[in-house]
Design a protein around this ligand. Structure first.
Ligand code: ATP
Ligand code: MG
Length: 440
């Protein structure tokens, strides 16, 4: 039996294309006849009896409405609607039900059918009305869905743009942030440089004031001795003349030392102290130094040099070592005005060489000890003993360049011990440290 039949009523382009899915021939015929009477619409009708054929027709042709029976030979009940709907989502469905199927009919509406017609109660008027309303409603729904889709698209577009702009803003913000921190860093550097500049300029003024003050005494001595020699020298005995010559000489030495100290110190401050370690016989070096220093002391003091441990040749910077030891030894002499023994120990160890200089002089008050290595710092008990307070600052820098340590132990009125410990393997780090010490 042919499962598809069609009829037409004034089929024009405007005709409503109806798909009737109904397995009962009597019902189908009846509907056909009812439609025949509907003069106010133009229509064409395709009739099939099974859902399978209905789906096929939907696939092949466009319809304006489907009249769907829910008890077909190959599908019954609500799934019939679901499958039809799936095949043609925008197609309005009018469900055909029996009298007893009211509940199902209502459920069908919930599932997406546009309307339902109760078989046996259909007349031309209700049929036409149902078809028209179904088409109308489906049309409206389609438009609604389309505008919803459009809205959704717009919304997505909006979200995308917002996300894009947010991202752009975040990037701008980030680059702004890094610009700000770069500026802050530069500002900080500038502030630091200015502080350093100020520190240096303060230091310069202090050097000038201290040095000019320290210069006065030896210059006055030189002046008075030369004046005396000039005016009275011819009447003096040789011995007295020599005394004044000696005064002049030692004042000149003192001035020379002062100039050297200032030069040394400003070099150290500018990070320009050169570090040239050479293989050195330290014992020999210390012996010569002690001899040199003891000469003008006129036997008032005795420096006792002692070597402990296995005597090794070491790599040290001769110039810097001379600064360290001559400053410490001359302090020991200078701050022991009543004479006394000065013990100078040289101790060799596996990895270090230690210089220990111990005096029985005026000592250093405990409160002064923490600032001892500060530039120009002099302890409160120096009295009339002259000095600039530069010596230990220089010593400290020279020890630092050797990567060594310096420690002071002292008791006021009892004596002072300075201990300098220098590493022996300094040549390993030579270039690294030498370089960085020049840079900083
Ligand atoms: P100069 O620059 O001529 O050496 P200075 O001896 O005063 O002057 P530093 O050598 O730096 O300066 O010493 C700083 C201070 O430490 C001294 O002024 C002194 O108060 C104290 N001091 C250093 N060595 C001794 C010591 N052996 N005994 C007692 N006080 C000392
Ligand atoms: Mg000194």
């Amino acid at each position: 039996m042919d499962s598809t039949s069609s009829r037409r009523h004034a089929a024009t382009a405007n005709a409503i294309n109806i798909l009737l899915v109904e397995d009962n021939p009597a019902d189908a015929d009846l509907l056909g006849e009812i439609l025949e009477e509907a003069d106010e619409i133009e229509w064409s009708l395709v009739h099939v009896e099974r859902l399978k054929d209905a789906l096929q027709s939907l696939h092949e042709q466009d319809f304006d409405v489907v009249l769907l029976d829910l008890s077909l030979p190959d599908k019954q009940g609500l799934p019939t609607i679901a499958q039809t709907h799936e095949a043609a989502p925008d197609l309005p469905i009018v469900v055909l039900t029996g009298l007893s199927d009211k509940v199902i009919a209502l459920e069908a509406l919930r599932q997406g059918a546009q309307d339902y017609l109760v078989k046996g109660k259909i007349d031309t008027y209700t049929l036409v009305r149902a078809i028209r309303y179904a088409i109308e409603r489906a049309h409206t729904l389609k438009k609604l869905r389309q505008s919803e889709e459009q809205l959704q698209r717009l919304n997505e577009e909006l979200e995308r743009r917002v996300a894009e702009q947010t991202d752009e803003l975040r990037q701008k913000n980030q680059s702004l942030q890094s610009e700000i921190s770069e500026r802050q860093r530069l500002e900080e550097e500038l502030r630091h440089a200015l502080a350093k500049e100020k520190e240096l300029s303060d230091l310069k003024s202090r050097i000038i004031s201290v040095v000019s003050h320290e210069y006065r005494t030896p210059l006055a001595t030189i002046l008075s001795s030369t004046e005396l020699l000039e005016h009275y020298g011819h009447n003096w005995q040789e011995e007295k003349k020599q005394l004044h010559f000696h005064r002049i000489e030692s004042s000149v030495h003192h001035l020379t030392r002062l100039v050297n100290d200032v030069l040394m110190f400003s070099k150290a401050e500018a990070g320009k102290l050169e570090f040239n370690p050479v293989e050195l016989d330290v014992v020999e070096f210390c012996r010569d130094l002690v001899e040199e220093l003891q000469l003008p002391a006129q036997n008032q003091h005795s420096i006792n040099l002692r070597c402990l441990g296995t005597h090794l040749d070491v790599y040290l910077d001769e110039k810097l070592l001379r600064q360290i030891l001559s400053n410490l030894l001359s302090n020991a002499l200078k701050y022991s005005p009543d004479g006394g023994k000065i013990q100078f120990d040289l101790i060799f160890d596996q990895n270090t060489v230690t210089f220990r200089i111990q005096d029985e002089g005026i000592g250093i008050p405990a409160k002064d000890q923490p600032q001892l290595f500060d530039t120009f710092y002099r302890s409160s008990n120096v009295g009339t003993i002259s000095g600039t307070g530069l010596g230990l600052a220089i010593v400290k820098r020279c020890v630092d360049i050797h990567r060594g340590q310096i420690v002071v132990e002292s008791e006021e009125g009892v004596g002072t011990t300075f201990t300098v410990i220098l590493p022996l393997n300094i040549e390993i780090d030579l270039y690294v440290y030498g370089y960085s010490s020049l840079e900083n």
